[in-house]
Design a binder for this molecule. Structure first.
Ligand code: SF4
Length: 705
């Protein structure tokens, strides 16, 4: 590894997508791994949030997997040698290939692992003969990536934290909660802009840390539009229609940027036709908001010099997720808020390498650099570097793979993922996963998913490895590790490399790499937007893609001159409203929506084991509006049973007007009572993202405390 034992090494926080730099210092023994700030870190200049400061707490946690495990005939795990495990894994992969064909395997990459590891996993899947490879971006921003890629060119933030902090006059934050989920981006960048005069329009059914951090109280300046879950399309339709009407009557105000629309977009007429029949009063009623509040927000956005949209999982995690984001793109395009600093459509990515995991091709429809697997030219370019044929049909997404467990899919290779908790309708996932003939899991802890595996391979943590990750504003940064804490664990890259070399006759040719840098060197040959990078060039500051050639500096914002679409134009499209698949009825009269907490992280495998983080919120809870609480006879602190058509969880009620009447709000972090027991696994037709954000639910009092 790169670090001298007692010198701190500069690396990247393993939690959210902001990509804060931190240092890790190894003390006297291998388990003594301490956090240190990194004052010169390019993104955060030494500042960190509670998660970053506690990140090293899990590195030497007593629950770490320290030896490989195989499930024996009694159904129990026993310790095994690496040799035995490799042999078993390779034999099973061969057996499944021979018996059912390559598409009967699924491969899950992980946004918690690095670019090099995800690159090698997707290469392994494709050499095996399948495009059934996916990662957890499917659960968070698959719809955002889809809409941005098809309408603008790249599935990523159009702008960067720095230019937004310096140039943005209006932050339109829809279904995102940077105050909770991206604390350093919020405090160091967005809040600074607001302190210097920028306006915030927040659109969210739940008041949260973002609301409080900007002191949004519906004064003249800022607004919180607390809409009903699943009504973002009607809300944006009102906004678009308001801008259109105003422009027709007052073209001199320039609410619509006619020159930009004419020169750089296509599809405006389609949008106008869709908007022609909009009944704004009825749409506002559906949103549960006064029409004039939405019209005021439209005026603020359209009259700002530079307005930027921030989009989060409140938008993406719907069966209409692609349409939700397309409507945001429509808004930015007709007002000319793209292609310059301080503007854009900006997804805030959740995990420290969710952007990179997609960039390197760990998705069923794209190869590295978002080159479509069914594009013959693109596929041939990659085949020429790899030296083997790539299947030419898109594979299954992770939820589709999960739906086929025991049927079309007989085996699963999991690297650092926890689908038993992360997928919707978790109880049925547990039932289905037991129908697999074979599952291997690489992880640092015995996750809820690993419990069902046939082989569990103990991996090293983020602090023990070298590699690169790509943050929310496309900055590729190096991570550097200290010595291994447990001798018998292995880096994910080494495990994948060994499996690849043993599995295929020509494995040594395709999977023998000396180190992560050697993998990165191959990655840059097949990923155009990374082509100009090298470990040396990344240095300590990293580079924001696209970086096509070795001399390129990278781009802080995209599309200055043209969009990266076939026509070079930004695509506008009229969008019609699709309500959530489940709406309240007599049996389930409430709307359940879900979100994450600052001090926890996804399925909680790391954050629940971190004493500092777990102490903040050790158990799940549900937010209930005071009027609903009164109707159901619920007091603050009561234990309540929250139910949906798929299951029930018992949690503590927090009675608060943070949430809208008729809506209940809970989290997916806690194994004992996860929101995903309740969530609906209906998918967006194109991006296949599940509808985590809206399900019909009911609540009843359990035991009063
Ligand atoms: Fe880590 Fe994100 Fe916190 Fe930065 S803001 S320290 S990247 S969790």
């Amino acid at each position: 590894m790169s670090g001298d034992t007692h010198e701190p090494v500069k690396t990247i926080c393993p939690y959210c997508g902001v990509g804060c730099g931190i240092q890790v210092q190894q003390g006297d023994g291998p388990g003594d791994v301490q956090f240190m700030p990194w004052g010169g870190a390019p993104v955060n200049q030494g500042r960190i949030c509670i998660k970053g400061g506690a990140a090293t707490e899990v590195v030497d946690h007593e629950d770490r997997l320290t030896d490989p495990l195989i499930r024996d005939d009694s159904g129990e795990f026993r310790e095994a040698t690496w040799e035995e495990c490799y042999e078993f894994v390779v034999d099973e992969l061969e057996r499944i290939h021979e018996s059912y064909g390559p598409d009967s395997m699924g491969f899950f990459g992980s946004s918690k692992t690095m670019n090099e590891e995800n690159y090698l996993l997707q290469k392994l899947a494709r050499r095996y003969g399948t495009n059934n490879v996916d990662n957890c971006t499917r659960m968070c921003h698959a719809s955002t990536v889809w809409a941005l890629r098809t309408s603008l060119g790249a599935g990523a933030m159009t702008n960067s934290m720095t230019d937004l902090r310096e140039e943005c006059d209006l932050f339109w934050i829809q279904g995102a909660n940077p105050g909770e989920q991206h604390p350093i981006a919020n405090s160091q960048y967005f809040r600074q802009a607001v302190l210097e005069g920028a306006t915030v329009i927040q659109i969210d059914p739940h008041a949260n840390k973002t609301t409080r951090s900007f002191q949004i109280d519906d004064t003249e300046r800022h607004q919180h539009l607390q809409l009903n879950p699943g009504t973002d399309i009607p809300l944006l339709t009102i906004v678009l229609q308001t801008i259109l009407e105003h422009h027709e009557a007052n073209p001199e105000d320039g609410w619509i940027d006619e020159a930009f629309v004419e020169a750089r977009t296509e599809g405006f007429e389609d949008l106008k036709e869709t908007l022609a029949d909009v009944d704004k009063e009825a749409a506002a009623e559906e949103c549960g908001l006064p029409l004039e509040k939405i019209e005021l927000a439209a005026e603020k956005y359209a009259s700002a010099d530079n307005a930027a949209i921030f989009t989060g999982m409140g938008m993406s995690q719907h069966a209409c997720g692609v349409d939700n984001v397309q409507n945001e793109i429509n808004l930015a395009l007709i007002t000319g808020n793209l292609g310059r600093p301080g503007t854009g459509v900006n997804p805030l990515r959740g995990q420290n390498n969710v952007q990179g995991t997609c960039d390197v091709g760990a998705m069923p429809n794209v190869l590295p650099g978002y080159q479509l697997v069914d594009d013959d030219e693109a596929r041939t370019r990659v085949e020429n570097v790899w030296g083997f044929e790539i299947p030419d049909e898109p594979g299954l997404t992770n939820v589709e793979i999960s739906h086929q467990f025991g049927n079309a899919v007989r085996g699963l290779y999991v690297m650092g993922e926890n689908p038993v908790m992360s997928e919707p309708d978790a109880t049925s996932v547990i039932e289905r996963i037991q129908d697999l003939e074979f599952m291997v899991v690489q992880d640092i802890f015995m996750t809820e998913t690993a419990e069902y595996a046939d082989v569990v391979l103990p991996a090293t943590t983020w602090a023990e490895r070298d590699g690169t990750v790509t943050n929310t504003d496309r900055r590729v940064q190096r991570m550097r590790g200290v010595d291994k804490v447990h001798e018998n664990t292995k880096h994910d890259l080494e495990i994948l490399s060994t499996v690849g070399m043993r599995l295929f006759d020509d494995g040594a040719k395709h999977f023998d790499f000396d180190d992560p840098e050697a993998v990165f060197e191959e990655l840059r040959q097949v990923c155009p937007s990374y082509h100009g990078m090298s470990y040396d060039r990344l240095g300590e500051d990293g580079i924001q893609w696209p970086c096509y050639e070795p001399g390129d500096e990278g781009d802080p914002f995209l599309y200055e001159h043209e969009f990266d679409t076939e026509s070079g134009k930004g695509h506008i499209e009229g969008i019609s409203h699709t309500p959530p698949a489940e709406t309240p009825d007599d049996e389930y009269p409430l709307i359940l929506t879900t979100a994450r907490l600052e001090e926890h992280y996804n399925t909680g495998t790391m954050s629940r084991r971190s004493p500092t983080l777990n102490r903040q919120t050790p158990e799940n809870f549900v937010d209930v509006h005071p009027n609903d609480a009164e109707r159901y006879g619920i007091e603050d602190g009561d234990e309540v049973v929250l139910t949906s058509r798929r299951g029930e969880i018992t949690v503590e009620a927090q009675v608060t007007d943070d949430i809208k009447e008729g809506v209940v709000w809970t989290t997916p972090h806690f194994a004992a009572a996860s929101a995903n027991v309740l969530t609906n696994d209906v998918l967006d037709e194109r991006a296949k993202i599940p509808e985590y954000k809206a399900a019909a639910a009911d609540i009843e009092v359990g035991i009063t405390r």
